[in-house]
Design a protein around this ligand. Structure first.
Ligand SMILES: Cc1ncc(COP(=O)(O)O)c(C=O)c1O
Length: 386
């Protein structure tokens, strides 16, 4: 039995239009060449495809194409941003005291890098705690800012709650401080408008598989004027202006570019439709009683609905919901059965954190699917409660 997919925040299916563009970059008849080959048209054509994709992503972010560094995904982008900034500063002064501000509800791809920087690079890290709605306020950043703060790293949209951080306000308050602003936009791109100029960010991480592109590819936006000082983390052939070596995966990048183009054309219409479906699901679930919304009611991306149910065990609930593919907490952390650290950080009890379910809708979600999901969840919760 195929289950209904409501886990778009974990990953999205590749849009068939994206798959078609990707397929044209694989075979002898297509643009399969090495974009770094300088001596023949196979290379030149592949380079054109890669540069077209770079322009498409840059357009979506309001960036200059020269500010895009291709990576394998947001995990690598986050690693490059955080480690790259610290290493570049330590190259100038090996003993320079360095301080980073981040939050307790970042993705592990930021938290684990921060933990490594603390233990291996003697960097001090301040972890801001969210309020009960899952929001990190700009004033918290100003209160934590120090002379030796070199980086503020915050996500634009939280992967578990969907809560939206006011990045523009944080960018504005850092205007006269030398600290760089890094934003993990893996969950934001395609859901909320991302504009690196308006937000005044220095570094921004992107993942293709959250926006109907393929897995294993992403990008880091690196501001040019003034140029962010960043030390490369992967050395080799000097690709990407020496920032990230390795033969470029033409088909993956073409896919990311096309995915970005589609987002630019369709995001507004997608968002309105998805928000309506998401709100229908929430309205229906509330009829069950003893249901709690995790995350801010309004300041939340249109596709996220994270709820906890009184009186049901989360693991049993998930196992009983065989016909609906949803996530308990973050899919990336589902190897552990500890209650979600994000739900704990917003003050949920262990029981409610365990009973949290994340529904995340997407481009291909239909009204019929939402009606079916509502019926299924209602049936299962009532059965488990009785
Ligand atoms: C907020 C956030 N950051 C980073 C990542 C990791 O992205 P990738 O899978 O591209 O490495 C994810 C994926 O779940 C995410 O949601």
């Amino acid at each position: 039995m195929k289950s209904l997919y409501l886990d778009y925040a974990a990953t999205t299916p590749v849009d068939p239009r994206v798959a078609q563009v990707m397929a044209s970059c694989l075979t002898l008849e297509g643009t399969f060449g090495n974009p770094a080959s300088r001596s023949h048209r196979y290379g030149w054509q592949a380079e054109q495809v890669v540069e077209n994709a770079r322009r498409q992503l840059a357009d979506l972010l309001a960036a200059d194409p020269r500010e895009i560094v291709w990576t394998s995904g947001a995990t690598e982008s986050n690693n490059l941003a955080l480690k790259g900034v610290v290493e570049a500063l330590r190259e100038q002064d090996a003993n320079k005291p360095l301080h980073i501000i981040t939050s307790a509800i970042e993705h592990k791809a930021v938290l684990d890098v921060c933990a490594w920087l603390q233990t291996q690079q003697q960097v001090e890290v301040t972890y801001l705690t969210p309020d009960a709605d899952g929001l990190i306020q700009p004033q918290q950043v100003s209160a934590a800012l120090r002379d030796d703060t070199c980086l503020v790293s915050l996500m634009a949209v939280n992967n578990e709650l969907g809560t939206v951080t006011d990045i523009a306000a944080i960018g504005a308050l850092l205007k006269d401080h030398p600290a760089y602003l890094h934003v993990d936009a893996a969950q934001a791109l395609g859901k909320v408008a991302v504009n690196v100029k308006d937000w005044q960010v220095d570094l921004l991480s992107v993942s293709a598989h959250k926006l109907y592109g393929p897995k294993g590819v992403g990008a880091l936006y690196v501001k040019r004027e003034p140029q962010v000082m960043l030390a490369a983390q992967i050395h080799g052939g000097g690709h990407e202006r020496g920032m990230r070596s390795g033969t470029l995966a033409t088909h993956q990048l073409a896919g990311l570019g096309e995915a970005a183009r589609l987002v630019q054309e369709e995001q507004a219409a997608d968002e309105a439709r998805i928000r309506q479906l998401r709100d229908q699901l929430w309205d229906g679930l509330q009829a069950l009683g003893g249901v709690y919304l995790n995350g801010h009611a309004q300041l939340r991306s249109a596709n996220h609905l994270n709820v906890s149910f009184d009186g049901v065990d989360g693991e049993i609930l998930l196992a009983s919901l065989a016909k609906v593919a949803v996530s308990s907490g973050s899919a990336c952390n589902s190897a552990t059965v500890a209650p979600s650290y994000v739900l704990k950080a917003i003050g949920r009890s262990d029981a409610l954190a365990h009973a949290g379910l994340r529904f995340s809708l997407g481009r291909f979600t239909t009204a019929e699917e939402i009606a079916f999901a509502l019926t299924e969840v209602t049936r299962v919760v009532q059965m488990l409660r009785s």
